[in-house]
Write a protein that binds this ligand. Sequence first.
Ligand code: MSP
Length: 616
Amino acid sequence: MKNCFYVTTPIYYVNDIPHIGHAYTTIAADTMARYKRMAGFDTFFLTGTDEHGQKIERAAKSQNIEPLELADNVVLRFKNLWKKLDITNDDFIRTTEPRHLKFVQILFNKLYEQGDIYLGNYEGWYCTPCESFFTETEASEKLCPQCGRSLERLQEESYFFKLSKYQDRLLEFYEANPDFVIPNTRFNEVKSFVKGGLNDLSVSRTSFSWGIPVPFNDKHVIYVWFDALINYISAINYGCQNSETSKYWPATHIVGKDIIQFHAVYWPAMLMAAGIEPPRQVVAHGWWTSEGKKMSKSLGNVVDPNDMIDRFGRDQFRYFLLREVPFGQDGDFSIKSIKGRINNDLANDLGNLFNRVATLIKKNCSGIIPDTSGEPEVKINFEKMRESVDASMIKFDFLNALKAIWSYIRWVNKFITDNAPWALTDKTKIDNVLASAAYALHAIAFQLAPFMPDTAKAIKERLSDDAEFNWGNFRWDIRGNKVTKGAILFRRYELEEKSEKKNKEQKKESYISIDDVMKLKLKTAEIVSAKRVEKSEKLIKLELKLKDERRTIVAGIGKSYSPEELIGKHIVIVSNLMPRKLFGIESNGMLLAASSGDKLSLLTVDKVIESGSSIH
Ligand code: MSP
């Protein structure tokens, strides 16, 4: 029987569209899944979406749609991106699917019946975007220690999971599994967190309804993390009769550093309570910044993987992400560095090696790999490289695996240069050098396949090998195969943009015509009343007077203005904006304000003029 390997990504929240962080985890998991499949493991690779919770409910409300509609839209964007990246997941789970819902309820019920879940009261500091409660110490600044946003004080009746009961068992488990969390520095953090004492975990909510109902008390919905973590076993139908996928458990979870605690503490404890083996491993990666800054919508620097794939190609994007930073550490994404990697590693090293070999074999051997076993050291060095790649991949060290492949690529390039077949006259020697180089290139394609599947396939096919990428199919010696040069594998990029020309073009693009201006109907308006919108930090509902007309608008100025100071101001609004609903209130127009960072300043009129006056 084949050994099983089960790898997962976190399931992604559907309130956000896919960004580089999501692509990173999924590419890493895909690379590992491909690598294991090639090594003969019976592999199962799972990804999916996390669709419940207050965050999703609120995001849907702000768009005036149902949470499931929001989820349906965003799920498509994830699925399309995975298709575009040729991600080889075996399943895609959505937490709103009945197969998952049923599973979560059964598990909740089981833990309740055996006394591991009980009813109590919860009061604490809650961060809605992170869906997490924090202790007094963690919340000393009333700001979320994870994302820095304001925390809310929440009190509610809640079911609790007896996490505290599992403290000792968790510590024993960690002791017995020294590689349970990698990197080790993160594992140490996990251990000291558990040693510091565990509180029971609140696992239900009554303050909103978008979630899986507690099976025996429908006033409560199950806490989104309790619900979400279970996806890893619900997707494989764990423990169910006739389940063909149960065998894959336990899984290796690839996650970002921010969600280790959920995976390395709460999740194994939940499984221990359920009598299920804990996960095999939790592998945590670091976070990407963009051009040196934290990615944020307001800075407009969120890296859209779709754009990067369109611009540079999917293999190039995969290579960059896995090669640029050590897995586990934070890294910075910049256009300059991706171009640098493509130019140096891909075009110069690999592209050049392929070109040289194809050209030389065409010229000297009529395009056919010569009939010789080649130089032994080329094969020996390949075997050393392969061992080194395997040693790195056990540790999820993608960077060093790629480095090992690249030192071999550079060595083969040097081997050709040093032997200078173009200057040789001895045909046996020429054949020997060129056959060796072709065998090496073919082996490089195999080694590279999990990381850069398209490139690897192109090289293999141009060396007339149609077998699937699987080490079981690998033959070093492919003498007699035809070599086709084909189109160049990688194009080079200018490192510096032709910035002036580009700026000019951009400027031209950013001009609008007088007709565009005339479409805007700007008017003055007097604020007659102002009130904060419930449950929103930013929004203020304003009643405006425009001559005899009264209208309501909802504006996101609540962080810069209090309602009281707004009353009586004569402001400027876009009066012909299509009405839209925000938090259930119809907003008829938009006020104008200048912004700089977090600061806002309203546009008002210089001298008092009748409200409702047109602005030209
Ligand atoms: N829904 C939860 C996971 C539940 S798993 C049972 C969640 N979703 S998420 O969409 O917010 O985040 C998913 C992953 O993206 C996390 O692993 C997170 O670390 C990762 N990233 C989010 N931003 C990131 C970067 N800027 N860089 C790298 N990864 C980042 O958490």
